[in-house]
Ligand binder design. Structure first.
Ligand SMILES: *Cc1c(COP(=O)(O)O)cnc(C)c1O
Length: 246
C-alpha cells in the first residue's frame, strides 16, 4: 500500500468519525435511537479508490448523482458489499444504465420516469430484485411544477407514488428532498424538513411501508435528523469540499 493511500484512509476515517459523532449527537438531541438514521456517503466527483477505502472503513451505502461517473465507479467496485443510491436528476435515456447498479433511486419526480424505470428493471437481469424508489419533493415548486433542482411539488407526490406502486419491478420506499435555495424555505432547512415529514405522514396513510425520509446533507444533517429523517446524504463532510459546482 502506498503512503498516499494510507494518508487518504486516515483522512476519510477521521471525517467519518466526525460525521458519525454529529449524527449520534443529533439523534440524542432529538430523543431518537442512533439506528433510526442511516448514513449514505455521497461519493460524486471522488474516485473509485475512495469508495474502496470507505467500504473498508465500514460504509455500506454510497450515492452518486451522475450516471456517467457512477456507472464506471460501480463497476470498479462490483466486488464490494455496497448499496448504490442514485440521487441526481435522471434523464430517461440513462435509466437502463442506472438500473444496472442502483438499489434505490431518490430522484423519482415524474410518471414518465416511473414508466422508464419499470421497463428497464423488467428488461434487466436484476433477477427479481425490485428497485427502491423515493419520490423527490421540491418544496420550492408551484403546484404541479418541477423544482429547479429536480423534484415535484408536494401536491403531485401521491400521483407519482401511485404510479410507482402500480409499476412492475419498482418498490415505493418513501420521499427525498434537498433543502430549497429559493422560495419561502430558502435558508429554512429545519422548516423545510419539517414540511417533508408532514408529507411523509400523509404518504404513509396510503403506503405504510414507504417510510424512508431522505433529507439532510453536510451542512444541515442536524436539522434533518431533528425533523425525522431516516437517511442523511453526506458528501463533503466525509470526502472533502468538491471543486466546481457539483
Ligand atoms: C451532492 C449531494 C449531496 C451531498 O452534499 P454535501 O453537501 O456534499 O454533503 C446530497 N444530496 C444530493 C442530491 C447531492 O447531489
Amino acid at each position: 500500500m502506498t503512503g498516499r493511500t494510507d494518508e487518504r484512509r486516515a483522512e476519510l476515517a477521521a471525517n467519518l468519525a466526525r460525521v458519525e459523532q454529529r449524527i449520534a449527537a443529533a439523534c440524542e438531541a432529538a430523543g431518537r435511537a442512533r439506528d433510526e438514521v442511516t448514513l449514505i456517503v455521497v461519493t460524486k466527483t471522488y474516485p473509485a479508490s475512495d469508495v474502496r477505502i470507505l467500504s473498508e472503513l465500514g460504509v455500506r451505502e454510497v450515492a452518486e448523482n451522475r450516471d456517467q461517473d457512477a456507472a464506471p465507479k460501480a463497476e470498479a467496485c462490483a466486488d464490494l458489499l455496497l448499496s448504490w443510491h442514485f440521487v441526481g436528476q435522471l434523464q430517461t435515456n440513462k435509466v437502463r444504465s442506472v438500473v444496472g447498479y442502483a438499489d434505490v433511486v431518490h430522484s423519482v419526480d415524474r410518471v414518465r420516469l416511473v414508466e422508464a424505470l419499470s421497463a428497464a428493471v423488467m428488461k434487466s437481469d436484476r433477477a427479481g430484485r425490485e428497485l427502491g424508489c423515493l419520490v423527490q419533493v421540491a418544496l420550492d415548486a408551484e403546484s404541479g411544477a418541477q423544482g429547479a433542482r429536480g423534484g415535484i411539488a408536494p401536491d403531485a407526490v401521491e400521483g407519482i407514488a401511485e404510479a410507482v406502486t402500480a409499476a412492475p419491478g419498482l418498490r415505493l420506499d418513501g420521499l427525498m428532498t434537498v433543502a430549497p435555495l429559493a422560495g419561502a424555505y430558502a435558508g429554512q432547512s429545519r422548516a423545510a424538513f419539517g414540511r417533508l415529514a408532514e408529507i411523509s405522514s400523509c404518504l404513509r396513510e396510503m403506503h405504510p411501508a414507504a417510510n424512508m425520509v431522505s433529507a439532510g446533507m453536510s451542512a444541515d444533517l442536524e436539522e434533518a435528523v431533528a425533523a425525522g429523517a431516516t437517511h442523511v446524504r453526506i458528501g463533503s463532510a466525509v470526502l472533502g469540499v468538491r471543486t466546481g459546482l457539483r
